[in-house]
Ligand binder design. Structure first.
Ligand code: FES
Ligand SMILES: [Fe+2]
Length: 323
């Protein structure tokens, strides 16, 4: 039986790589959305993504494929594929089979992220992830990255952000944080506030989350030091997700202090991931959870998330929440 009552591969924008991991001419083999994909950067600098298996005899272009100009050459018999995945050369044939093509994916690259659009019915993008203002700003440190592969669904990780009670019981915060949600089309904003004890006394720690669909969220921490977490979650194989986090800290007066703050925040998020992971990997998903009045906007998150599913589900609002 399926573990979740919604599709393993929801619609939306999902990150496949960080820009600086992919130099011109690089080829990478990836697994995402239950498929093998090939990601490469043309010599001119454009990131392209295709289904990885060659239409000829099925070789994986991500394993031994070579970039030539703006095209990629298959390692098996040398067919070459260019813009839109069209075959532009069969080195030993007079005629190129007209239907020879790698299936192309719609790619966007900005703010240091290479993202693809996934839609189960093949529909075109109906929204965009806007540029991230902090990226490339000299007042902010370059991304520092962390990666995990976890046996869960994007939904569970998103729901975690509005599950206010778990912060105290899983992550050991002093109190259950205040949590307000604001869904707006494909964007879900969460405002968390919690009291934090610091050497300078009590401070209100703020966490503002802006989720663009299920795949890319910007988490902004403020109160003590301003930090940005670009949180990317991409479905792998129907059972696991790839979690790629990138952190950037607003620079303080001296470099040592900035790096200390960055390290402390990253260590804390790594601790939270270690704490959340056994829950996510072993929990079940209740369609009708027994919620209580202190639980936070979980039902609201679930209603918002339905827009990313292609198959019809039960009518909205079946998760009961006591106001
Ligand atoms: S399998 Fe790719 S060229 Fe033959
Ligand atoms: Fe958590």
């Amino acid at each position: 039986m399926a573990r979740y009552p919604f599709p393993a591969f929801p619609n939306g924008w999902f990150e496949l790589a960080f820009s600086d991991e992919l130099a011109a001419g690089d080829v990478r083999s990836l697994e995402a959305f239950g498929k093998r994909l090939v990601l490469y950067r043309t010599e001119g600098g454009e990131a392209r993504v295709f289904d990885a298996h060659c239409p000829h005899l099925g070789a994986d272009l991500g394993v031994g494929g070579k970039v030539e100009g703006d095209s990629i050459r298959c390692p098996f018999h040398g067919w070459r594929f260019g813009e839109g995945g069209r075959c532009v050369e069969v080195p030993y044939a007079k005629r190129i089979p007209p239907a020879a093509r790698l299936r192309p994916w719609t790619v966007r690259e900005h703010s240091g992220l290479v993202m693809v659009w996934h839609h189960a019915e093949g529909k075109e993008p109906d929204h965009e992830v806007p540029p991230i203002a902090e990226h490339g700003d000299v007042a902010w440190t370059p991304y520092e990255r962390r990666h995990w592969r976890i046996r869960t669904h994007n939904h569970e990780m998103g729901e975690n952000q509005v599950d206010r009670a778990h912060f105290r019981f899983v992550h050991g915060t002093l109190e259950v944080p205040e949590c307000e949600a604001q869904p707006e089309g494909p964007v879900f904003r969460v405002y968390q506030r919690s009291k934090m004890a610091t050497p300078r006394g009590e401070v209100i720690g703020k966490i503002d989350i802006t989720a663009y669909g299920y795949g890319v969220s910007l988490v902004r921490f403020s109160g003590i030091v301003d930090t940005l977490l670009v949180a990317c979650v991409t479905p792998v194989d129907g059972e696991h997700v790839d979690v790629n986090f990138a952190f950037s800290v607003k620079k303080l007066a001296n470099e040592a202090a900035t790096s200390g703050v960055g390290k402390a925040l990253i260590a804390d998020i790594e601790k939270q991931m270690r704490e959340d992971t056994p829950i996510w990997e072993n929990k079940v998903y209740h369609e009708r959870p027994m919620l209580c009045d202190g639980d936070g906007p979980i039902a609201q998150y679930r209603r918002w998330a339905r827009q990313f599913y292609s198959v019809p589900l039960e009518p909205a609002g079946t998760a009961k929440e006591t106001a």
